[in-house]
Write a protein that binds this ligand. Structure first.
Ligand code: FAD
Ligand code: EPU
Length: 347
């Protein structure tokens, strides 16, 4: 264990197992590892990184990463905390939330306070700081709808910057943090605008079904949150019990022409309108049609209830999980001519 002279409160450890820090439960090791609780911890860690000339990786809850190998650099675990109301009007409250705050707790806090906007995103694992990175989404809502701005430490410029919602370039499971600013920003905090008069969103069919016979005006955000938690529990494996990182692939988007060709052969294929002249397909359905649902390759497997989720049955290595993902990708490509894209960040 190192304690460098300029690092007083923050300890930099070496050769640390990342198993407790990724929901796949992969036992990769980090050459260096530090818990970052403040901007001064971060600047000190950066001095160390520059001195040692090693790469670094920011980690929140580790619920969207796959470690293919050991990480030969420094892992910075975001443990910055705090939720602060920064503005209030008759209809809305703005919360500045530190990047290391657990996302599910933030949603529960807002629901308790009667603040609407993120109840459909209940129980998505991970941290508030990671939420804008892939613009987390579920049950008809994406986080971009409530993000006002994102405060980052820009590691290239060595300064703190604020990005507005439009500068974040949000898209389906994407943002500027996954494209042109990839690996450049440490997200310190996110400012969310939440509604005091929430509009209930039951656009996602299975969610709507749970409230059949009810007028939407009579449904509360507490009930929506509870319903979302129930649906999630029935479909998605609990990482505490079985390692996984949620959907391994994104749902593919095709043009209207491509959709028509596919429908000629696969008439019962589910699809959803997505923007202008585009359609989203269900990757889980494509994988299931290839007969891969429940398939096992060593300790890695395709989840039995949700084919979009790859699970670790015990001691799978990152490589084993990646091999299964590649096999799925190739099989879907051969059957449907569709190139699945990873949602999970492979490190
Ligand atoms: P990590 O996995 O730690 O990191 C993800 C990426 O972001 C990495 O590239 C990392 O370097 C980077 N990063 C993390 N924090 C920071 C930061 N502060 N600054 C800069 N870079 C950072 N996602 C959905 O969108 N919808 C779902 O419904 C959903 N369901 C899931 C269900 C399960 C069971 C699981 C395990 C995952 C699910 N996910 C879902 C994926 C995951 O929960 C989200 O992507 C989440 O936002 C990841 O947060 P994290 O803190 O764990 O990020
Ligand atoms: N489907 C199958 N077989 C399967 C899985 C799904 O046929 O094994 C079909 C379903 O029958 C349904 C369609 O695929 O017709 C969609 O399935 P589901 O509603 O379960 O959602 P999804 O498209 O598989 C997406 C997100 C999830 C999010 C849910 C709910 C992506 C990549 N995944 O999954 O997000 O929770 O919708 O909104 O967009 C994540 O990103 O990690 C994640 C879990």
């Amino acid at each position: 264990m190192y304690v460098t002279p300029y690092l007083c409160s923050m300890v930099i450890k070496n050769n640390v197992s990342l198993k407790p820090y990724n929901t796949f439960g992969v036992d990769a090791r980090a050459r260096y590892f530090a818990e970052v609780k403040s901007v001064s911890d971060l600047t000190r860690a950066l001095l160390f990184i520059n001195e040692e000339k090693v790469p670094f990786l920011v980690l929140g809850g580790g619920s969207n990463v796959l470690f293919k190998n050991n990480y030969d650099g420094m892992v910075l675990l975001n443990r910055m905390s705090g939720i602060e109301p920064v503005k209030e009007t008759a209809s809305a409250v703005w919360l500045k939330v530190a990047g290391g705050e657990p996302w599910p707790d933030l949603v529960d806090y807002c629901v308790e306070q009667g603040l609407g906007g993120i109840e459909n995103l209940s129980n998505i694992p991970g941290t508030a700081g990671a939420a804008p990175i892939q613009n987390i989404g579920a049950y008809g809502v994406e986080v971009k709808e409530v993000v006002e701005e994102v405060e980052v430490f820009d590691l290239q410029k060595g300064q703190i910057d604020i990005l507005s919602n439009s500068q974040c370039e949000f898209a389906y499971r994407s943002s500027v943090f996954k494209t042109s600013a990839r690996g450049r920003c440490f997200i310190l905090s996110v400012k969310f605008k939440l509604s005091k008069n929430p509009a209930i969103n039951l656009s996602y069919t299975p969610l709507k079904k749970m409230f059949e016979g009810r007028k939407v005006q009579s449904v509360s955000i507490k009930e929506v949150s509870a319903a979302v938690k129930q649906i999630r529990k029935s479909k998605l494996p609990d990482p505490e019990k079985i390692g996984n990182a949620g959907s391994f692939f994104k749902n593919p988007v095709v043009s209207s022409g491509e959709l028509q060709n596919l429908l000629k052969k696969y008439g019962d294929m589910p699809y959803y309108p997505f923007g202008e002249n585009s359609f989203k397909l269900a990757a889980g359905w494509l994988i299931e049609q290839c007969g891969l649902k429940g398939k096992r390759m060593g300790e890695a497997g395709v989840h039995e209830k949700q084919a979009l989720v790859i699970v670790n049955y015990g001691h799978a290595s990152g490589e084993e999980i990646l091999n299964l993902a590649m096999e799925i990708k190739q099989t879907v490509k051969a059957e449907f001519g569709i190139e699945l894209e990873f949602e999970v960040n492979v490190v």
